[in-house]
Each structure stands twice: as C-alpha cells, then as structure tokens.
Design a protein around this ligand. Structure first.
Ligand code: COI
Length: 326
C-alpha cells in the first residue's frame, strides 16, 4: 500500500476504502493510534494520516527517525502536536476542516439543554417525578449568547443561533467581516460580563490554557450557562467546580473536560474514575457531560477522512498542503 492511516475506527473504514478506490490508492489501515510501540510501521512512508495520537517530543523524534515528514490529521484541533518540536524536525502537519455544522449543531443542542435544564428534566421524568419543581428554564430569545472563538465552527454557531432572536456577542482576535451583521465583536471581559450563555469554539494553543479561570468566572453574570465543545484545557477545572458550588453557574454542558483524554472514547462502565475533576463534575445534577462527541456525524467522519487524505497526497506530491497548520 502507498498510504498509511492510524487510529482508524470501524466506522471510518468504508470511507477510507471508498477514497482509495476513487483516487487509485491502497491504504494500510491500522486500528491503534500511532504511538512509540507501532511507529516502526511507518518505515517507507513519507506521510501518515492520524487521529488520537499524542505527538510529543519522543514520538515526533521516532517519526523523524523513520524518515516520515508529513502528518495529516483527521481532526480540526492540532494541540496534540508539539509544534516547536515538529518545526525543529521539519515535520509538516495539516488539519481537517470537516463540516463545522457537526460541532455547531451539537453546541446549539447543549446551549438549549443548559437553558431548559434538560438533564434535570429527564432525570426527574426517568423516576416518574412529573412535578415541575425547580425545572423552570430560560428563553434563548431573551438572552445574550457569547461565542468565544468565531472561526469556522463559532461562525456556524452564530448563524444557527440567528433564528432564535438572541443577542450574539463574539470574541475573536481575527474578526470575520461576514459575521458583522450577526454578532457584536467585543473584548473577552465584556463578553464574560454581558453573556447569559457562553460557548467555546477556539483552538487550544497552549497560550490559552485555562483562559476561563477564577478571575473570568468572577466577571460572569450570576446564573450563567456554560458550554464547551472545544478543549477541556481552556477551562480551569477547579475554578469551574468552585463556580458550580457557589451557584455562579446555573448549568454547564461539557463535551470536553480538562484531563478527559484517557477517559473518553472508551467504556469505563464499572471501573472507578480516578480523575478528581471528572468525579466532581459528574456529581452535579446541573452538569451534562458528553464524551467528546460533538464532531460525530456520518457526514463529518467522511470529510475527516477525505480532507486528511487529500492533504496527505498533496504533501507527498508537492511538499505543501491546503490545510497545512505547522
Ligand atoms: C477535532 O476535530 O479537533 C476534534 O476534537 C474531534 C476529535 C475526533 C479529535
């Protein structure tokens, strides 16, 4: 085979096979994520299509030692790659720009779930408690939504929300002209002060580690709703727990949580969870946790595979790629 892909889930297989057939490539599909134990498989491959790997210094050095120069990620986020080390080794990386509606629609669902206390409603209903006690919600139409990060996904969230009649604020260092009729661009602190719901759609870069911490929670309105479909590391987990305990946060819905990597995408039923942040967050009835699944639609999965392979082939043919990020 002339191409190789790691971390291939069963539901991705047909998309890989279809792509290979249509573009005249044979692709070696490896279910395990690329790691230091299986990195030897890269010998003879100039590039690799990957998901679910942690590209730290040691793994990047092994990749380099095998003569592999290109990594085509199937994710949007590339926080899994140590950027400085990749640059030093001359390893180039591309990401995918699969359907932003997959994540955006999931975020809108979580926004509505937080505002209407959906988790509490279904919990009550599950035990045949059909009383209305404590289940009063809030209307999006009377609310201000703050979007942190208005790139492809954040912009799609803004467009989806535009029918609800809410006020939309956005914080992004690179304002997008096409959104100017839809959102009011503000500084982060102003967004935090004015929003009834806050939703995160920014890449995690290391520089924005814990961009929402104690100071930022203190700026927020009492009874704010918080949604995170981006990366857990953007929010200080301990500060978040404090804000839930104090009642500052009315409801939170988290598709990602700081330290979620070992937990999500596997079955922990009947196994104790050691992570203190996850244990604590799970104990709040007003916190909904979903397992990093916002991306997961058939349409997005096909595009993750197609975009990554397009970029991989582009790298191999021209040494550059449309979605190059490192
Ligand atoms: C991303 O695309 O950045 C995601 O978080 C999706 C996941 C499958 C890695």
């Amino acid at each position: 085979s002339d191409l190789i892909a790691f971390g291939v889930r069963p539901d991705e297989k047909t998309f890989f096979e279809q792509y290979g057939k249509e573009h005249g490539h044979t692709i070696r599909l490896i279910p395990q994520a690329l790691n230091r134990d299986n990195v030897g498989e890269l010998k003879g491959y100039e590039g690799v299509c990957a998901l679910e790997s942690i590209f730290d210094e040691a793994l990047l050095a092994d990749i380099h030692a095998n003569g592999t120069k290109y990594i085509a990620l199937r994710s949007v986020g590339y926080d899994s790659v140590d950027e400085n080390v990749a640059k030093q080794l001359g390893i180039k990386v591309s990401n995918s720009s699969y359907s932003p509606s997959s994540v955006a629609e999931f975020a809108v669902m979580l926004i509505l779930m937080t505002m209407r206390k959906a988790r509490q409603i279904t919990r009550h209903s599950d035990i045949q408690d059909f009383s209305l006690n404590g289940l009063d919600g809030h209307q999006l139409s009377n609310s201000t939504v703050g979007i942190i990060g208005a790139g492809n996904i954040g912009a799609t969230v803004a467009r989806c929300l535009s029918g609800f009649g809410c006020e939309i604020l956005a914080y992004d260092p690179y304002p997008n002209e096409s959104l100017k009729n839809l959102v009011e661009y503000v500084e982060l602190d102003e967004l935090l002060r004015r929003s009834d719901v806050i939703t995160l759609h920014t890449l995690y870069t290391g520089e924005n580690y814990h961009m929402l911490g104690e100071r930022e929670f203190n700026l927020m309105k009492n009874g704010v709703c918080l949604v995170n479909c981006a990366r857990g590391e953007l929010i200080d987990g301990h500060a978040l727990i404090d804000a839930l305990k104090s009642g500052k946060i009315m409801s939170a819905a988290l598709d990602v949580v700081e330290g979620d990597q070992p937990l999500f995408n596997s079955n922990w039923n009947n196994k104790p969870i050691q992570d203190e942040i996850m244990r604590s967050l799970r104990s709040f009835p007003n916190v909904t946790i979903t397992p990093h699944i916002a991306f997961y639609t058939a349409n997005a999965v096909k595009e993750m595979v197609d975009h990554a392979l397009d970029n991989l082939i582009e790298f191999m043919n021209t040494t550059e790629a449309t979605n190059r990020v490192i």
